[in-house]
Design a protein around this ligand. Structure first.
Ligand SMILES: [Fe+2]
Ligand SMILES: [Fe+2]
Length: 355
């Protein structure tokens, strides 16, 4: 990786160097506009526009630039590249030119695209594509667990179901790795990763009038929304998903240690570690995203508020959440020690949450 050479800032536009590992996935039609650095004009200029068919001659020119380390895409084309690479996300595992932050952003978009396809059409075929992407993600994080730090910065704040479950995936696997993983042992992340992605599967069957409501729920509406857990059971049967870890995430992510959750009111040890992880990741991701009545809550504040609900959320897991947020983010670490600021943020957050 060569960050100095890998990025050029031209005005507000940023360019990212790509390697043959990525260009080899292009086929003969360009998924993104390719650029090169032109020494004469001293700026990055387009080489071939998106959609251009790559003739042998063009491929040769592209490869020559690539070998010289002079092939770029605009940062604004990440989504287009992610959409393309999501068909071949494995390329990211061996992509040396992409820095970790860029890879995390592309990964996020790639996973999100697959999740959108599945949540729009939850059938075996779209599920298989998610499984493939998650197997790559598990390997990607496994190779270097510090990579999760970069995913933290990719978490989205909009109130969108698919963004919510992808955020939950990244947060949940980080808590799980930090808490459950024992040094020197290989841990299969795939079941919990799929459980985290599928935890709100039943929401796809909720009426849009409810999921999109911009106002407080009536009692009847709240009860109706809670049915998303039971509805998911029928969907799981249809998808032939039998894994106990996945089921625990889906059925118990709204259960709380003190029995105050739903649908069963399970308590304590009756809630598995995976379901506890999912419940914290789910609640955390809901708090850090925008809602109709409030702005997104600051992540470190959200984690602290959860850690104070010791009767509901496993304290060992909320402590893990806080520790990796501050370990990977100096800004959050500074904020947590600023008592006055935290008090002020907390008052605003709690007031808004109560509305
Ligand atoms: Fe849920
Ligand atoms: Fe959720």
């Amino acid at each position: 990786m060569n960050n100095a050479a890998a990025q050029h800032d031209i005005g507000s536009e940023e360019f990212l160097q790509i390697s043959a590992n990525i260009t080899s996935t292009f086929g003969n039609k360009l998924p993104v506009t390719l650029c090169i650095y032109d020494n004469e004009v001293e700026r990055v200029v387009p080489l071939y526009e998106q959609g251009v068919r790559l003739s042998d001659k063009k491929t040769e020119i592209m490869n020559a630039h690539c070998n010289e380390g002079n092939l770029f895409i605009s940062k604004t084309d990440y989504t287009g590249l992610a959409g393309h690479i999501s068909k071949n996300l494995g390329a990211l595992l061996t992509e040396h030119y992409l820095d970790e932050a860029a890879a995390a952003e592309i990964f996020y978009e790639g996973v999100l695209e697959k999740v959108r396809a599945f949540y729009a059409n939850p059938i075996g075929e779209t599920l298989d594509e998610i499984k493939t992407v998650l197997a790559i993600y598990s390997e990607y994080v496994w190779i270097d667990q510090n990579r999760w730090a970069y995913f933290f910065n990719t978490l989205k704040r909009e109130n969108d179901l698919c963004c919510h479950v992808v955020n939950t995936l990244f947060v949940g696997t980080a808590i799980y790795l930090k808490t459950v993983h024992k040094q020197g042992e290989k841990l299969d992340l795939s079941p919990i990763a799929l459980g985290l992605i599928l935890h709100d599967l039943g929401m796809t069957q909720m009426p849009a009038a409810l999921t999109g409501k911009k106002g407080p729920f009536l009692y009847k509406e709240r009860m109706r929304m809670q049915e998303h857990v039971d509805i998911a059971e029928k969907m799981l049967n249809r998808l032939d998903i039998k894994d106990e870890v996945i089921k625990a995430c889906i059925f118990d992510h709204h259960e709380r240690l003190d029995g105050s959750g739903y649908p069963k009111g399970r308590r304590g040890d009756a809630i598995t570690i995976e379901a506890r992880v999912c419940s914290i990741a789910d609640a955390f991701c809901a708090m850090i995203s925008e809602r109709w009545q409030r702005a997104a809550i600051n992540p470190i504040l959200a984690a602290i508020i959860l850690s104070e609900s010791k009767k509901q959320f496993d304290p060992a897991l909320t402590t893990s959440l806080i520790s990796f947020i501050i370990a990977n983010n100096p800004e959050m670490k500074a904020l947590i020690t600023d008592k006055a600021k935290m008090k002020q943020l907390r008052a605003i957050a709690l007031q808004k949450c109560a509305q």
